[in-house]
Ligand binder design. Structure first.
Ligand code: ACO
Length: 391
């Protein structure tokens, strides 16, 4: 693309969405043996947002994705790929990214989910940047979205007070202008898988009993995860900085996974950073797993904490055990992302057309299916009468 053939992956849009319902520590102390003082002192969390009935990982992600596309001033139809980082998908199948793709009207995009728990957003940005730099794709929407409240054991005070729901999104675009995602480092230690687990899956049948026994809900060894998190945050940050050919002194802001302010304080000390150079908004949302870094990014941007040319590190750690970091040279000031009234009007029309097109496509499929059903006499075919689990 440039004379040197350089191809870069820039973040050109961002968006966030959390459910309207905020649940405070005080609220939780009404239903659990816990207190606002304990939760704040041990974690820094003040409140978290919890999805209402009818609100899902995909619906939150669609809100966030729409905002990110708006800031990037892109029509959904120009997206090549949608990646949804989540460990709380709407279904095991279809994948949540495909639901998002349909909801946005991104009819030309491929779509897949990526599950590395709280490291998911960093993994997804790294994969997207690699696909763009390698020349396969031009524009990718990366979303971290979670409905953690749906996999909690609400009588286990050691886990349920920590987590919240939400979604954050970024658009990555190819450019020959240097900058964007400069380096990434991903890792995993599968031997620690049992330290942080949601047992839902094909190994553990979902029965009334397994749900009642709390076997399908989140289980965590908090102290061991704490030790792992503090070590990995500083190690991964140092590695990704060296890979980009930079020094720690060049890093303007770390936007880390938001699990616990004490983890961030220890990491700041290990890196020799003043606490202000590690962004935190865990008090607002709790731990939203794969959504936490993009939610923090959007808040940091709206607070004016990130300017064009800044070097930002995203660093995450979580179930797996997995971890990852990527270093981004930020390309735009917030003022560069304001579009004129006519550009906004054009985008509004394009969005509506894309949505109508998506609706017509779905209607067409339903009509065709109804037609086929009528032709067959709609008797359910050879599978008639067979229930789930039967061959
Ligand atoms: N309210 C009141 N008391 C509580 C609560 C609560 N919500 N939870 C636990 N306690 C009690 C315990 O029962 C224990 O009581 P005891 O001493 O009488 O036995 C006491 O508080 C201390 O418990 P610890 O587990 O030792 O508390 P700790 O200081 O380790 O803090 C915490 C627990 C906050 C979970 C901490 O270990 C932590 O943050 N760990 C990291 C967790 C994390 O980052 N997880 C997310 C990873 S990302 C992902 O992939 C999902």
């Amino acid at each position: 693309m440039s004379e040197s053939g350089g191809r870069y992956a820039h973040i050109t849009g961002w968006g966030a969405h959390v459910p309207a319902r905020a649940v405070t520590n005080q609220d939780l102390s009404q239903i659990l043996p816990t207190s606002d003082a304990w939760i704040q002192e041990r974690t820094g969390i003040v409140e978290r947002h919890i999805a209402e009935e009818g609100e899902y990982t995909s619906t939150m992600a669609i809100h966030a994705g729409r905002q990110a596309l708006k800031i990037a001033n892109l029509d959904p139809s120009v997206l090549d790929l949608v990646i949804c980082a989540t460990s709380t998908p709407d279904y095991l199948m279809p994948n949540t990214a495909s639901l998002i793709q349909d909801g946005l009207g991104a009819g030309n995009a491929a779509a897949f989910d990526l599950n590395t728990a709280c490291s998911g957003f960093v993994y997804a940005v790294s994969v997207a940047a690699g696909l763009i730099k390698g020349g396969l794709y031009e524009r990718i929407l990366v979303i971290g979205a979670e409905s953690m409240s749906r996999v909690m054991n609400w009588s286990d005070r050691s886990t349920c007070v920590l987590f919240g729901d939400g979604a954050g999104a970024v658009v990555l675009e190819a450019s020959d202008r240097p900058g964007g995602v400069l380096s990434s480092k991903l890792g995993s230690d599968g031997s620690g898988g049992d330290l942080l687990m949601v047992g839902l899956g094909t190994r553990l049948p979902i029965t009334q009993d397994s749900v009642a026994r709390g076997e399908t809900a989140m289980k965590m060894n908090g102290q061991q995860v704490f030790r792992f998190a503090t070590r990995i945050m500083s190690e991964a940050t140092k590695e990704v900085t060296a890979l980009a050919g930079l020094q720690l002194a060049d890093i303007d802001l770390i936007v880390p996974h938001q699990a616990n302010t004490r983890i961030l304080e220890v990491a700041a000390k290990q890196l020799g950073f003043a606490p202000g150079r590690i962004y935190s908004n865990v008090h607002r949302y709790g731990n939203t797993s794969a959504a936490s870094i993009p939610l923090a990014l959007v808040d940091a941007l709206s607070e004016g904490r990130i300017r064009a040319g800044d070097h930002i590190v995203f660093v995450g750690f979580g179930g797996g055990l997995t971890w990852g970091a990527c270093l981004v040279e930020w390309s735009f000031g917030p003022q560069d992302r304001h579009w004129s009234a006519s550009q906004r009007a054009l985008r509004w029309i394009r969005d509506r057309l894309a949505r109508v097109k998506g609706g017509l496509h779905a209607l067409d499929r339903k009509l065709a299916a109804a037609g086929r059903g009528r032709r067959k006499g709609d008797d359910g075919g050879p599978w008639r009468g067979l229930g789930p689990g039967q061959p």
